[in-house]
Design a protein around this ligand. Sequence first.
Ligand SMILES: [Fe+2]
Length: 274
Amino acid sequence: MTTQENSPDQQQTPSGIRRKDLLKAALVAPLPLIIAGAVPALARDRASSGKPLVPTPAACEPGEAPTHSQMEGPYFKPNSPERTSLIEPGTQGTRLTVSGYVFGLSCQPIANALLDFWQADVYGAYDNAGYRFRGHQFTDSQGAFRLATIVPGLYPGRTRHIHVKVQAPNKPILTTQLYFPGEPRNNTDSLFDPALLMNIRTVGSEQEGTFDFVLNVDGGGGPTDPPGGTWQPGVSYSVGSTVTYGSGTYRCLQAHTSVVGWEPPNAPALWQPV
Ligand SMILES: [Fe+2]
């Protein structure tokens, strides 16, 4: 009988935090705070009650299937405006933010991934003449996105949903839909897929949704710079040591053993450009 082997992303730190959570948390908080347990591994997934929500899906486990695709439906229109907010003057409806990350199969965040959202208005109608509730954006250098919109209305035959196309640079397009938990029609809509449920929490009069996409892309799209340089995985770096990666030079901010996926451009909590 052999000891169960964990992949690098499933290995736990001495504090019991899985590497994948540490990686995601490193994108939003200084690493020393994470290791000390001073902040939740994923602050955005902590409910207002203080109880952590279960991430949906449990994104970025190596070897896990990528995010499910769904039909495009009849209402997609190309050439949507680039914008992170679909709210316009006079927009009606409950405000909703949808945020998350785009990962590749290796759990590497994908920078500059394209997300093109479209949805119904509060009355369940799509704007097929113009571009209301349509917009595209790109993930930032850490693979993160954030959309400001409203909770879409219902229309006959479907449960509540938001359409989206996600594409890593120069890679195939994932077309899918995001769903809302607790919707009665989730039980009767044949297209509904529980793997595509967002985490939703209510904050005051607004709602906040989170969802992480996993694209069927090896290497996660990679950092902006091509690999190469003095940085190597499996090396114990101390504070202040410097490496080169791609065309950049970086100074170590936190002692750690380097691993694939934490290349300096992807790990601002660990490496500072100099
Ligand atoms: Fe739809």
